[in-house]
Design a protein around this ligand. Structure first.
Ligand code: FAD
Length: 355
């Protein structure tokens, strides 16, 4: 049996919920299909010490301010999960957890959504599947020969898993800096941090609030036809959140240039030196989870579907939300996803209007 709705939202993390909020405001009939058995999207899987890089009131989805977390200026991931679960309930969003979408296909003037629990026909689809399910590991020589532990950001939990061990953390972004700081501050782990280029720390007074302001200024400049201000990437890569600052100031966060290869028991450096290590943690980023859209042939480059705002250039019935700046400035953040979600819902409303 096939269910019919105006819109299927694929993914029920923050982006999918923000989409649901705005689709409801447009009086559209929709359902949200989410592979995760419980609310909270990827926030359910972050490492133990992770805190947001913005205070609660600057990390809110449309309509409902995130409450402050007692004793914390920057809330932890568990607080975000609670907020998203409450948001879903408060707005009575029709989220079907534990439902994975395998494919979206053309079906005349409709789209056919194939999930592991059933089929849906929809006039439009909003894809909001995030990046967490597609960790990226670079092709480094010797990676398969290394006999120690290798894990990605998605598998890291806490320093307790590495007590007494020698660990290399790879990656000059926020995850790499935060995980290296987490391990270094613990004092029980011998940690080496390696980055492809010299780490670029943002100024200490720049947190998510300032980044959002910069992204907003960029959007305005582009909308008004002024020159590109460069956005947040022009400021640096690493937000100096309190643990990163503490580790850096204590001299514990000094990056080495990337090793040239992995050996059976460690890493080899460009100068021929060798360090024995027990584990390598790859904080080397993600790719957007877009496999379910493959039958629509919308990709022009691996991992990228070109859009105008959130709308896929190749099919006006398909919108992409979250993922990265190419679907709207700051759209992959809690506070930034509301605006592109609103725009997507408005465009879909116009598409569904009787002609
Ligand atoms: P997700 O939270 O990943 O949700 C996607 C949902 O889609 C998941 O529930 C998943 O199960 C589901 N799904 C995936 N594939 C399918 C499928 N085929 N069918 C059905 N369901 C599917 N942002 C901030 O604003 N502040 C921060 O401090 C911040 N810190 C971050 C720290 C880290 C380490 C990372 C990685 C990101 C951070 N972000 C932060 C960015 C962003 O807010 C998060 O990545 C956020 O989880 C993105 O939300 P999302 O809804 O796009 O994706």
């Amino acid at each position: 049996m096939t269910d019919r709705v105006d819109v299927v939202v694929v993914g029920g993390g923050q982006a999918g919920l923000a989409a649901g909020y705005h689709l409801r405001r447009q009086n559209l009939d929709f359902t949200v299909l989410d592979a995760s058995p419980a609310p909270g999207g990827s926030w359910q899987h972050m490492w133990d010490s992770l805190h947001l890089f913005s205070p609660a009131e600057h990390s809110s989805l449309p309509g409902r301010l995130m409450p402050a977390q007692t004793g914390e200026t920057y809330p932890d991931a568990g607080h975000v999960v609670d907020y998203l679960a409450d948001y879903e309930k408060r707005y009575d969003l029709p989220v079907q957890h534990g439902t994975r979408v395998d494919a979206v296909r053309h079906d005349g003037d409709q789209l056919l959504v194939e999930a592991d629990t059933g089929l849906w026909r929809a006039r439009a689809v909003i894809s909001a599947t995030g990046i967490w399910s597609r960790p990226f590991l670079p092709a480094v020589p010797g990676r398969s020969a290394f006999a120690g532990r290798q894990l990605h950001t998605v598998n890291y939990r806490s320093p307790a898993d590495f007590t007494g061990q020698r660990v290399v953390v790879v990656g000059g972004g926020n995850s790499g800096a935060q995980i290296a700081a987490d391990l270094a501050l613990d004092g029980q782990v011998e940690v080496t941090w390696v980055t492809q280029r010299e780490p670029r720390f943002l100024a200490d007074d720049i947190d998510g609030r300032a980044l959002f302001d910069v992204a907003t200024a960029r959007r305005r400049a582009l909308e008004e036809g002024r020159s590109d201000t460069g956005g947040v990437a022009s400021l640096g890569d690493i937000v100096a959140v309190p643990p990163v600052r503490a580790a850096r100031d204590a001299g514990l966060l000094v990056a080495k240039p990337m090793f040239t290869r992995l050996a059976t028991n460690g890493v080899r450096w460009a100068d021929g030196g060798h360090t024995v290590v027990d584990a390598v943690i790859w904080c080397t980023g993600f790719r957007p989870a877009l496999a379910h859209l493959a039958p629509l042939n919308l990709r022009t480059a691996p991992g990228h579907i070109p859009t105008d705002g959130t709308r896929a250039l190749g099919d006006e019935r398909v919108h992409l939300l979250g993922y990265g700046d190419w679907t709207g400035p700051a759209s992959a953040t809690l506070i930034g996803v509301g605006r592109p979600a609103r725009d997507a819902a408005r465009q879909i409303k116009a598409l569904c209007a009787p002609k």
